[in-house]
Design a protein around this ligand. Structure first.
Ligand SMILES: Cc1cc2nc3c(=O)[nH]c(=O)nc-3n(C[C@H](O)[C@H](O)[C@H](O)COP(=O)(O)O)c2cc1C
Length: 251
């Protein structure tokens, strides 16, 4: 059972690669939240994984909320791991996740990380399609190695892209102000298709009079609404209009 949270497909892609090798099933955290599903049981010897992106050198708020609610019954012989995806570095995100899981009595056997394609367009331009494909090609052998280590139930900390762990202390506090939904809007290209509403893990979007409205003050800032909009209508502030969009083609 491999839980994953993914806005633009990188973490879903990694969860798929892991599950293809280990034979485990993927569990989509967004679907669980939307269906109010929080009770799980791991069979004897089953591998249990937590796969997610790094946000502001920490863990997405939607995942933290989900982990607070879940009840997993273990069988004593389970192999438990985390695997992070990011644009460049994880800093203290792995540590943060270990602490959150620790509060639920869950101890990790191993933690992994891989740099894939950055999707954070509010602050800077991201890779175009060609650049993204080349980054994913670089990530492929790393993902395969992670899957192999998980299959072999390797123990330890295999996250070698932390950079400076302490940077989480400075960057993560910025996550909350950026999670305000105030700067989201849909421009005139919006056709009211509702993809943004259906995909929002926070239930923060509602289509009203044929256009999305952000009905909650804050969200996970995952940007799924922006990247999944077929019209490129959804924006966060002024800067995103001209920037690239991204969705992992292997997810
Ligand atoms: C709100 C937000 C914050 C991010 N912060 C970081 C970061 O601190 N470090 C980093 O390397 N990448 C960061 N990223 C990039 C994502 O971690 C990366 O693109 C990830 O693989 C996306 O996963 P997904 O496609 O499964 O959603 C951030 C992305 C978002 C949306």
């Amino acid at each position: 059972m491999v839980f994953y949270f993914s806005a633009t497909g990188n973490s879903k892609h990694l969860a798929k690669v892991i599950c293809e090798k280990s034979g485990e099933a993927t569990v989509d955290i967004t679907a669980c939240v939307r269906e109010n599903k929080y009770d799980f049981s791991a069979a004897k010897g089953e591998k249990v994984g937590f796969v997610m992106p790094v946000y502001f050198y920490g863990i997405p708020s939607a995942v933290i909320d989900f982990l607070k609610e879940i009840n997993i019954s273990f069988d004593g012989e389970n192999y438990i791991f985390s695997a992070l995806t990011c644009g460049a570095a994880t800093a203290g995100a792995g540590k943060m996740l270990r602490k959150i899981l620790g509060k639920k009595g869950i101890t990790l056997n191993a933690q992994f990380a891989v740099a894939m394609v950055d999707n954070y367009i509010p602050m800077y331009e991201i890779s175009n399609q060609t650049e993204a494909l080349s980054k994913l090609a670089e990530a492929k052998p790393i993902m395969e190695r992670i899957a192999l280590l998980i299959e072999k139930k390797a123990n330890g900390d295999f996250d070698d892209i932390k950079g400076q762990e302490f940077m989480t202390k400075f960057l993560y506090p910025l996550y909350r102000p950026f999670s305000s939904t105030k700067r989201f809007y849909a421009n005139d290209s919006c056709i009211g298709c509702g993809i943004c509403e259906k995909g929002c893990v926070c239930g923060a979007i509602e289509i009203k009079d044929g256009k999305p409205e952000w009905i909650k003050k804050s969200c996970a800032n995952c940007l799924r609404c922006i990247h999944s909009c077929p019209q490129r209508a959804i924006q966060f502030g002024k800067a995103t209009e001209k920037r690239n969009r991204y969705y992992n083609p292997y997810a």
